[in-house]
Design a protein around this ligand. Structure first.
Ligand code: ADP
Ligand code: ZN
Length: 763
């Protein structure tokens, strides 16, 4: 991609030398593209995607080279690029630059924001900040005389020589420092005398602590797996003629095996593969499955997700950048991994909302995967047991190719799902709140598992002990001061905690509003469930898995290992355990409250509930014994619950798609959510109303626009939130109109206006 040294005469600089102009994008400032000349000394080192430092008004600013030209269309004399940032090798591949522009265009956000999102923070801030060590080697043995002198005059230097000799002539500085903490300060003298040499080596920060994985062999595929793998392989071999593929495979149908064998084929062809997994199921188990299968090249697998330290992420990213990795497994932002020569992109659990970034750039990694595959000219495979209705719709209309796996491997059957009607339980159990946590039927089922030494997973998507605290006398509810949500009691540390902003306070002993001591806790979270379970089953070994208990690094890995090796009988947890886990001895799964997702004010609440129930249920019966699932709900007849019970995804999708069409919701349309937030409620509301008025004047009949309303989460982090929902088939046109209007208005300083194209979070 370097500049071609053509004969063209330039008007600037040395007339004998053709001009080399770099069109750059400033990394932090406004969405400006500017031209700079490339000075001679940098000519060989600047290419498309290189980060450079450029002068702008009296400052030096970081920028990325977007294009190299032989002239500039700017009419003024250009300044020179001042320097490279980092080593100068391009950090963005040409395709990633195109992807950035695509995303900036579709989500209507500044391209430099996308570019910034493409680089891990540690790479952006301090590129090439590797951890290094020194290898010291004894090169010349001093004479006995010299050594004696040294021992008398500089005993530390002598000791270093002794240690090196004892270590066989060479040792790492970090090693030496263990015995001789000040070793470094004596090295210059030894180096000067020519007795030792010193070489710097790079130490990779390995998120796996150099763990070993037992290699696995490819399994003999089932008939369905074979049928689904074939089109994936032909898409890898012939991407031009392929469409994006959607693999709908029930839980336990062996989708991962299909991924693994497809990747093996990609690697045989000398290409690379990118696997996206939702953050939450990027468990040690998932990574292990990949590292174990490709064990002979496990160093060539890079992992990118948010639980890595900055240093680890920096090193993993460079591993990809320096082409030392050919498989990348990662969460959302790994869609930007700088892999080249891509053969296949896989998006597992493609329905997961966590693929959508909730801050600008508000991209959807699954959608970018489809776009990137087109730009890279490679195959793309989306997989799920519960595809998003968007993707399923694309598959039924022929935009995507639909691949189906309807059965579990090895003739294992789908679990039997039983519905527990909590309305009846409440009548039976009188006023005891415990029966609502653990119904009689579920309790009996758990007991039976304990007796048979089978394992149980209980799921509740709510942390804490009690989920609200309210006054019986005046009705006051303890809310967070900054967010419009009740605070949750965490009993372990006896604090009320806000689950939106994390603020904490000591629980009041009497009502803060009227002083009445009759203040009561209500609602339950995982902490409370754990206590109820320990009382009900004192003999059971129970672990709770949620973000409160899994703070320590490797704690999740260790807990899941204990569960696998049956040192634990039961897990109670939040969505951390809802997905992707494969434990053959789990024969019972309980969903303690199916209604949490169902009651959300969101047109996708039925879809979310269906997905959640199906995924959680899918953890049961993965071994020889058939699994059983209990779903506790106050809404036993809702379609989401009923279709999930019968494992009927297509039935659910068909009915839900009809509804969406009637009411013009996605995938029939695209949603854009405009939000105004401010510490001042009136200003936020007024701002959004003005935007709505202007919008109304420019949108056509094809756009459905709601009213500006307080968001369901009406206040968060001290800001009041108002939102306006727009729906249209022509999403790009609409997004651009919104942008133009918002851009052309001036808002009171404290109001922040955002828009979210294809919004998933409507709270
Ligand atoms: P999914 O991702 O579709 O839920 P998994 O890939 O986790 O399913 O597979 C479920 C289980 O079936 C795993 O334990 C896996 O090792 C096993 N499995 C997958 N394919 C086969 C096969 N062809 N033969 C036997 N077992 C298989
Ligand atoms: Zn709060």
């Amino acid at each position: 991609m370097l500049f071609d040294m053509s004969e063209k005469k330039s008007v600037q600089g040395d007339p004998a030398k053709p001009l080399m102009v770099a069109r750059v994008q400033l990394e932090d400032a406004a969405a400006l593209e500017l031209d700079y000349t490339v000075p001679d000394r940098l000519r060989d080192r600047v290419s498309v995607g290189t980060r450079v430092m450029v002068p702008l008004q009296r400052q030096r600013i970081a920028a990325v080279v977007l294009e190299l030209l032989d002239h500039s269309s700017h009419g003024f004399r250009l300044k020179e690029i001042a320097d490279l940032k980092g080593r100068g090798d391009p950090v963005f591949t040409p395709t990633l630059l195109k992807l950035a522009r695509w995303a900036a265009d579709y989500y209507v956000c500044p391209v430099q924001q996308v570019l910034r999102a493409m680089l891990p923070k540690a790479v952006r801030a301090r590129p090439e900040s590797f951890v290094t060590d020194s290898h010291l080697t004894l090169v010349k043995t001093p004479s006995a005389d010299e050594i004696e002198k040294l021992r008398a005059k500089a005993p530390m230097q002598a000791r270093i020589l002794d240690e090196l000799a004892a270590a066989g002539g060479t040792a790492a500085l970090s090693q030496l420092r263990r015995d001789l903490p000040k070793a470094s300060s004596y090295l210059p003298a030894l180096l000067k005398k020519g007795w030792i040499t010193r070489a710097e080596v790079r130490i990779e920060r390995d998120p796996f602590d150099r763990e070993e994985f037992l290699p696995t062999q490819p399994l003999d595929l089932t008939e369905e797996q074979t049928t689904c793998l074939a089109p994936v392989i032909s898409a890898v071999e012939n991407p031009i003629q392929s469409r994006p593929m959607l693999l709908h495979g029930v839980t336990g149908s062996g989708k991962t095996e299909v991924y693994l064998q497809a990747i093996a084929r990609v690697l045989e062809r000398g290409q690379t593969a990118l696997v996206l997994v939702p953050e939450i199921s990027l468990t040690p188990q998932t990574i292990e499955r990949f590292k174990a299968r490709f064990s002979e090249r496990k160093e060539r697998i890079a992992v990118l997700h948010s639980h890595l330290s900055d240093g680890e992420r920096h090193d993993e990213w460079f591993k990809v950048h320096e082409r030392r990795a050919d498989v990348v497994i990662g969460a959302r932002s790994a869609i930007f991994a700088p892999l080249e020569n891509l053969g296949l992109i896989i998006v597992d659990e493609e329905h997961e909302p966590s693929y959508k970034q909730e801050e600008s750039p508000r991209y959807h990694a699954r959608d970018l995967a489809v776009v990137r595959a087109r730009l890279e000219n490679c195959a793309v495979l989306l997989g799920s047991a519960t595809p998003s209705l968007e993707s399923f719709h694309n598959a039924t209309t022929g935009k995507y190719e639909l691949l189906r796996m309807t059965r579990r491997t090895d003739g294992k059957s789908m679990p039997l799902i039983r519905i527990v009607d909590l309305r009846l339980e409440r009548r039976k159990g009188g006023n005891s709140p415990d029966t609502r946590i653990l119904s009689e039927r579920l309790r009996t089922a758990v007991l039976a598992r304990l007796e048979k030494k089978e394992q149980t997973i209980l799921f509740l998507n709510r942390r804490g002990y009690n989920t609200s605290l309210s006054c019986m006398a005046c009705g006051h509810v303890c809310e967070c001061q900054d967010c419009a949500v009740p605070m949750t009691l965490h009993k372990t540390d006896d604090r009320l905690v806000c689950h939106i902003c994390g603020s904490r306070r000591v629980p009041p002993r009497k009502c803060p509003s009227c002083g009445d001591p009759g203040i009561r806790f209500a609602g339950f979270g995982t902490e409370r469930v754990e206590q109820v379970l320990r009382q009900a089953f004192p003999q059971a070994r129970i672990a709770r898995v949620d973000t409160d208990t899994m703070q320590r690094k490797n704690q999740l890995r260790d807990t899941l290992r204990d569960f696998r090796s049956q040192k634990l009988d039961m897990l109670i947890g939040t969505q951390m355990i809802a997905k992707g886990l494969d434990f053959p001895n789990v024969t019972l799964v309980g969903v303690l409250n199916a209604d949490l997702a169902l009651n959300l004010p969101d047109f996708r609440s039925a879809e979310r509930t269906f997905q959640l129930l199906t995924q959680v249920a899918g953890r049961a019966g993965r071994g020889e014994v058939k699994g059983e699932v209990f779903v506790q709900t106050f809404a036993p007849h809702s379609p989401a619950v009923q279709f999930a019970r019968h494992g009927d995804f297509e039935g659910f999708a068909q009915q839900e798609l009809e509804q969406r069409k009637v009411f013009h919701y996605p995938p029939d349309t695209h949603v854009i959510l405009v939000m105004a937030r401010s510490k001042n409620a009136a200003m936020a509301e007024f701002t959004l109303q003005s935007i709505a008025t202007k919008l109304r004047a420019v949108i056509g009949d094809d756009v459905r626009m709601g009213e500006p309303l307080p968001s369901p989460l009406a206040k968060a982090h001290g800001q009041f939130r108002f939102q306006l929902m727009l729906r249209s088939c022509a999403v790009r046109v609409l997004a651009r109109k919104i942008h133009r209007i918002v851009d052309g208005m001036t808002f009171p300083q404290e109001v922040i206006v955002t828009w979210d194209v294809d919004a998933l979070n409507l709270m």
